[in-house]
Design a protein around this ligand. Structure first.
Ligand code: GTP
Length: 371
């Protein structure tokens, strides 16, 4: 191998790492894609738009890949995936916070995946005819076109490669995809166009290969076995919120926020004895969480007749938290009213798990040392 070839080979095979943000309109399938790529449920998923409220980071280790017919050899890599809230025009303080999360996710990234729901039809904004009021259908289409334009506007100042990713292709006929691709391709100088179904895990290998191809050489950002930067207590809070989104309707899901108030790790376990006849029980994590809503009426809905709704939410959430933690879980839920909390900047800021983590560690540091 000549000196030039060897240098090229070494450069090509050096470890790669980078941040890859997934952005797109609400319900495009960003969280489903994050979970599918990681093979773990890190982000909650529901059919309701605007489920994700904060940036969620998932760390994926990719092994080296030999050269194939369609792909050059790829070095091993650490792909740090960042799921973001759906891109939407902000109205409340909560919306503003969510959009700030999107803007932050666009800063200093190595690759951006711009996710488009392939089941959405194309709507070019049409000029309004004076004196003629639009039909509800026209209104909806105009809104959809404006939302697409808003999402695209976020890419204007982005300098890293942006990949156009069409999701949910399992729901679309192949012949309907072509006009969609033609339409979107002209909207930005996309580095790649990729078709996937996050739900069916279709096209994900190709997507990852294309991502690794564009990552810079570099060391890992996170230890090899770390899956996320989000501590368990916040993942647990999200699982509770997911069940609220699933089981309640109208305003309640959007007016709800979950805060873990106490979290007690299991104490030391008794060593199994020879005389034990039953297998040892799993240890218990004790969790108390507050669900904040904006009105008394929402509180009543959330609690339900004789507490049935809250019980249903608690049972479903507990089961998922148990499998997340690999312990048994004792979960207590309390519903609290915080009038119009979505418009209160201070409260919205406090909900940010990074903030909560800071104040938890402050409290920890303030605790007197036990003699
Ligand atoms: N059929 C099909 N459904 C999908 C696919 N990907 C996501 N979905 C569904 O689309 C809905 C929205 O998915 P999410 O992953 O929550 O979407 P999101 O973009 O994170 O949504 P926001 O949090 O609102 O921004 C859920 O009901 C998913 O099950 C797909 O590839 N095929």
């Amino acid at each position: 191998m000549g000196a030039h070839c060897r240098a090229a080979y070494t450069r090509q095979m050096a470890f790669r790492s980078g941040f890859v943000s997934i952005i797109g309109r609400p319900n495009a399938g960003k969280s489903t894609l994050l979970n599918a790529l990681l093979g773990e449920k890190l982000a909650i998923v529901t059919h309701k738009a605007q489920t994700t409220r904060t940036r969620i980071l998932g760390v994926l280790e990719q092994p080296a890949k030999p050269k194939s017919k369609t792909q050059p050899a790829l070095p091993p890599a650490q792909v740090v995936l960042v799921d973001t809230p759906g891109v939407h025009k902000p109205s409340s303080q909560l919306d503003k916070r969510m959009m700030q999360e999107v803007h932050d996710a666009l800063e200093g990234r190595d690759v951006i995946l711009f996710l488009v729901d392939a089941t959405h039809r194309i709507h070019e904004p049409k000029p309004r005819i004076e004196g003629k009021s639009p039909t509800p259908g026209e209104d909806k289409r105009a809104l959809s076109a404006a939302e697409d334009a808003f999402a695209l506007s976020l890419l204007r100042n982005v300098t890293c490669p942006v990949m156009l990713v069409f999701n949910k292709i399992d729901l679309v006929k192949r012949e309907d995809l072509l006009p969609l691709i033609t339409h979107w391709s002209t909207k930005h100088d996309f580095a790649e166009t990729i078709l996937i179904s996050a739900a069916k895990k279709d096209g994900l290998d190709t997507l990852l290969d294309k991502v690794v191809e564009r990552l810079p050489a570099g060391e890992r950002y996170f230890p090899e076995d770390q899956l996320t930067d989000q501590p368990m207590r916040f993942l647990a809070a999200e699982l509770i919120r997911e069940k609220i989104l699933l089981y309640t309707g109208e305003e309640v899901p959007y007016a709800s926020a979950v805060v873990i108030e106490t979290w007690e790790e299991p104490g030391p376990q008794r060593k199994p004895r020879k005389t034990d006849t039953l297998p040892p029980k799993l240890p218990v994590t004790k969790i108390a969480a507050a669900i904040f809503v904006e009105r008394e009426g929402q509180k009543a809905i959330l609690i339900g007749k004789q507490g049935t709704m809250l019980k249903q939410i608690g049972t479903a959430a507990r089961k998922e938290i148990e499998s997340l933690l690999d312990t048994r879980v004792f979960l207590e839920l309390f519903v609290k009213v915080k009038e119009d909390w979505r418009s209160k900047r201070g409260f919205v800021d406090e909900l940010d798990w990074r903030r909560q983590l800071e104040s938890l560690s402050e409290q920890q540091n303030k605790k007197p040392v036990q003699e």
